[in-house]
Design a protein around this ligand. Structure first.
Ligand code: HEM
Length: 594
């Protein structure tokens, strides 16, 4: 087999691998209202090196480690930033970039999961619903709370304001649980233990060190690498998708008091303690120790143990339908890394109140995962394993005649259960006396929606932000601004208008163009001077195009322009949103040194 190519850690966003450190995280969802303006802002964001790459994220880990060792107890403040786009968002940025081979991504989560028959649209947050426009993208800001909040505010002002082609839709956040519950999700179990280890990225672990895991081909998670299913000739990912990954974000509300009450009332009936029953539903004890290895009592020293397997025909210790076994059946599936996902979620919402006997406050998991195919990853896990009570197949002989059941932790009911047996989730298990039996309950989670995103490589982000062209022009000529000025020539308005066009830096080719128009408009009896700033980008052959944005957000015009052969003249055409011409301008070179 050919030697795997060394990964370019400066080209991959850090949350994909190795993961951004998250004591607190903001998910800042947005729509793109003006692609040209947004692209300019994206270009600036990249120039300012705001996006945290895999290499940066490794650096953060090192910094945290150094502070922990040199100043124990000190919190190392940091914030890391990643960005991703929905299919709709990608299309707005570049219509030619629609060759995504992943069907669920093209459809979006609503069409995929609501129609699948489990998610109820009335339980979804309005902001994620397609009828309200949905979301085009998300900015992820992760780190420590103070720094993350400050950074998000700065980003919103500097790069993501309404004049930069962005409409903010909603901010959601997640926070590590306090003190001894840190790293545990709200049901109380240690999370993020088993993760795929990527060949060429992660260190191979030695058998016997407890953490041993087979290695996962990196292409299962990161597009364009060995193991990317869609690298097969017929369904090839386009080359520009390389080093990107599909990102699933899903807000899952957890019913914690209800889960605890179920354990309290059902455990004695099954001859278990509450902890023993909980461990069977999850597949690990609260400490993290696998129930397959420790069926009777927790064993905190094995909290992060991964070196174990299940016997395909036995579920005496760990039920077939436990969350762990449903989402990663280990020995049952021969192609072991085929459905791997990289989980990067974070809990959200407050701790359960002392008197909260039924869920009153919204809390749960901002479930987040990366994969090179949603069809093989998240969607497959939900549809074919988690929600299917017959998975794993052909096990009735070992369960006492019943199906294994749905995933005990994240299983969902069909929307309109026709049959009695579909009105509750049912899990087969072996009780404390060694008898095959079943237990049933209402789901402990509810999906409040989310979406499917694509997390592009840094190279693709630069291309989308127009930086390749800018960088080219900057590098061959880092000269001063070029300024044109001129007057209205023909059209239906704008006689008093003076117009300035500025290429902020360097040559005209590839440089962004700022068009500033100033004119006097009657407002009541007064005449008020107005000025509008339009940002255009190079559309090739010395021509420029933009959608107009003004500070009030009330004008929706397009500017197109072209520079004369000798560079001394610039013609501009202004049209309305229907494409009808409003005015033409002829501008002359004023200075190359402003
Ligand atoms: C509120 C919702 C959820 C909770 C509370 C939850 C909790 C947990 C816990 C406690 C573990 C064991 C710790 C570990 O191995 O990392 C785990 C593992 C895992 N979960 Fe979840 N999870 C949730 C949702 C999901 C969803 C929606 C999926 C996939 C669609 C998923 C996929 C997995 C996978 C793949 C593993 C690792 C299994 C293994 O490798 O053995 N989880 N989860």
């Amino acid at each position: 087999m050919a030697e795997a190519e060394a990964p370019n850690l400066d080209n991959i966003q850090g949350d994909i691998w190795p993961g951004l450190t998250k004591k607190y995280q903001i998910f800042w969802f947005f729509q793109i209202t003006d692609a040209s303006a947004f692209k300019l802002s994206l270009g600036k964001l990249l120039d300012d090196k705001v996006i945290t790459t895999s290499a940066d994220a490794l650096g953060h880990r090192k910094e945290i480690h150094e502070v922990k060792t040199s100043q124990p107890g000190t919190l190392h403040e940091l914030a890391a930033v990643n960005i991703a786009f929905s299919f709709k968002g990608m299309q707005k940025l570049d219509k030619n970039k629609d060759r995504f081979v992943d069907d669920p991504f093209r459809k979006g989560m609503e069409a995929d999961m609501v129609n699948e028959g489990r998610d109820k649209i009335e339980e979804w947050m309005d902001e994620f619903k397609a009828k309200n426009g949905g979301v085009d993208g998300v900015v992820l800001v992760c780190g420590t709370e103070t720094k993350v909040r400050k950074t998000t505010k700065e980003l919103a002002e500097k790069y993501f304001s309404s004049t930069q082609g962005i409409k903010h839709i909603i901010t959601l956040d997640g926070r590590e649980r306090p003190e001894e519950n840190a790293k545990h999700e709200h049901f109380g179990f240690l999370d993020a233990i088993s993760q795929p280890r990527l060949t060429g990225f992660d260190k191979k672990c030695e058998k016997g060190d407890g953490n041993y895991q087979y290695m996962c081909r990196p292409g299962r998670i990161i597009i364009g690498h060995d193991g990317d299913m869609n690298n097969e000739p017929k369904s090839q990912h386009p080359p520009w998708a390389k080093d990107g990954s599909y990102l699933v974000i899903r807000k899952l509300k957890q019913y914690v008091p209800e889960f605890n009450r179920y354990l309290e009332t059902e455990a004695p009936k099954l001859n278990f303690t509450e902890d023993q029953l909980g461990a069977r539903l999850v597949g690990r004890w609260k400490s993290g120790a696998p129930v397959e290895l420790h069926p009777n009592a927790d064993c905190p020293k094995d909290a992060r143990m991964n070196e174990f397997n299940y016997d395909v025909n036995d579920h005496k210790n760990c039920p077939f339908a436990s969350h762990m076994r449903k989402t990663k059946p280990r020995s049952i599936v021969s192609n072991r890394d085929m459905n791997d996902i990289m989980r990067r979620g974070i809990p959200y919402g407050p701790e359960v109140g002392i008197n909260e006997t039924n869920t009153e406050q919204d809390r749960g998991l901002m479930f987040t995962c990366y994969q090179s195919s949603i069809g093989n990853g998240f969607q497959f896990l939900k549809r074919s394993w988690i929600n299917l009570d017959t998975f794993p197949a052909d096990k009735t002989e070992y369960t006492g005649g019943t199906n294994p059941g749905q995933d005990a932790i994240v299983g969902q009911l069909v929307k309109k259960p026709q049959r009695e047996k579909h009105k509750r989730l049912t899990t087969s298990l072996v009780d404390g006396k060694g008898q095959n039996t079943t237990t049933s309950f209402l789901p402990f989670i509810q999906s409040n929606g989310g979406d499917y995103f694509f997390s592009p490589s840094l190279k693709l982000l630069e291309e989308l932000g127009g930086n390749n062209k800018r960088k080219r022009s900057d590098s061959c000529c880092c000269g001063p601004s070029i300024v044109y000025s001129g007057k209205y020539e023909t059209g239906i308005f704008g006689r008093n208008e003076v117009i300035w066009a500025v290429f902020p830096k360097g040559r005209r080719e590839g440089a962004p163009l700022h068009v500033l128009t100033t004119w006097t408009a009657p407002v009541g009896k007064e005449k008020v001077p107005l000025s509008f700033l339009y940002n255009a980008i190079d559309s090739g052959d010395r021509t420029f195009a933009t959608r107009g944005i003004d500070k009030n957000g009330s004008h929706d015009y397009w500017f197109e322009g072209s520079v004369s052969e000798d560079g001394t003249g610039l013609g501009l055409r202004m049209s309305d949103s229907c494409g009808d011409e409003c005015a033409r301008y002829v501008l002359s070179l004023v200075t190359e040194d402003t």
